[in-house]
Design a protein around this ligand. Structure first.
Ligand code: FMN
Length: 310
């Protein structure tokens, strides 16, 4: 038996590796797809030439399905639909923009479309735009967030009670108990960001992975960037200063030095997008182990929960 996420995405394991700017590239995405889940290539880096190269690399690294995230705020090139269709991509998630912008064109190209939403209004708008499903993202997750957004625990059952679309839960999903919880709340799959960032195949510097291991659940914060979406990042001296100064310019300036942190390992050079779930990650493991244990352990977690009902 398979559920709607497994059927629509063509995967054994209904888990999506999160799109992460500069991080979600062929090395990580191919390992996820080869493990039977859905690897995703990012576009939020805005570097479409590099992204094109990463997508062509996928053809050599896996024969399993993979997808692309169109981060609309960062991809201004309207040819993006043709671009992904030409690469033979069959699954796209759109985020940080209007779901009406690309959904019809992607469908005409035979591509399955899920939109990322952080609140009920966005979910209803995406459903009206005709998407095939939703990535429901709680504010505890890493990366770009609306400062007033709700947590996965609140948002997921709210959206599940209003819409009959297949839902993928994002924000705090890292293992079998959290994936099982998402199923109880109405999802049919999960998206993992921080857990994939802190994996063996993740291309980021070891210092960042070690910082995730060392972080407690209270060691992330939201850095506001004025009108631009806030970012949930690791608490460092630099990010604490930026969040206290509330100076969007500084935060945006810091993004220019992203590579020094992501790949150079200087944790004070920029902002390390990371979710609160960092507090539950206690080892850097191969993605295949993380994904297989989360899915194989999901049913057991639900049974254990049922047994706790007494
Ligand atoms: C390093 C990093 C970069 C991210 N970049 C993006 C992005 O480019 N586009 C996007 O839709 N979400 C982005 N996100 C959010 C993830 O897609 C995902 O929803 C979130 O990580 C889920 O929460 P978790 O970190 O608790 O797993 C990013 C997250 C992280 C940790």
């Amino acid at each position: 038996m398979t559920n709607r996420i497994q059927q629509l995405l063509g995967v054994d394991i209904p888990i999506v590796q999160a799109p992460m700017g500069f991080v979600a590239r062929a090395q990580l995405a191919s390992a996820v797809s080869n493990a039977g889940a859905m690897g995703i290539i990012e576009t939020s880096s805005g570097r479409l030439d590099e992204v094109r190269l990463e997508i062509t690399k996928m053809a050599d690294l896996t024969d399993k399905p993979f997808g692309v995230n169109v981060a609309q705020m960062f991809v201004r090139n309207p040819d993006i639909v043709e671009f992904v269709a030409d690469q033979g991509v069959r699954f796209v998630t759109t985020s940080a923009g209007n779901p009406e912008q690309y959904t019809t064109a992607l469908h005409e190209a035979g591509i399955t479309v899920f939109h990322v939403v952080g609140n009920l209004r966005g979910a209803i708008k995406a459903a009206a735009a005709g998407v095939d499903g939703l990535i429901v993202e709680g504010v505890e997750g890493g990366g770009f967030k609306g400062v007033t957004n709700a947590s996965t625990m609140v948002l997921l059952p709210l959206i599940a009670s209003k819409l009959d679309l297949p839902l993928i839960a994002a924000g705090g999903i890292s293992d079998a108990p959290t994936l099982a919880a998402a199923f109880v709340l109405g999802a049919e799959g999960g998206q993992m960001g921080t857990a994939m960032l802190a994996s063996v195949e993740s291309p980021v510097h070891q210092n960042w992975k070690d910082a995730v291991l060392a972080a407690s659940e209270t060691e992330t914060l939201l850095v506001r960037r004025g009108p631009a979406p806030a970012m949930r990042v690791l608490r460092t001296a630099a990010s604490t200063a930026m969040s206290e100064l509330e100076s969007p310019e500084d935060a945006t300036e810091a993004l220019k030095r992203l590579h020094e942190l992501y790949f150079g390992g200087d944790m004070e050079a920029s902002l390390a997008n990371t979710g609160q779930v960092a507090g539950r990650i206690d080892a850097i493991r191969p993605v295949a182990d993380i994904l297989r244990e989360a899915w194989d352990g999901c049913r057991a977690a639900l049974d254990a929960a049922a047994a706790r009902l007494g």
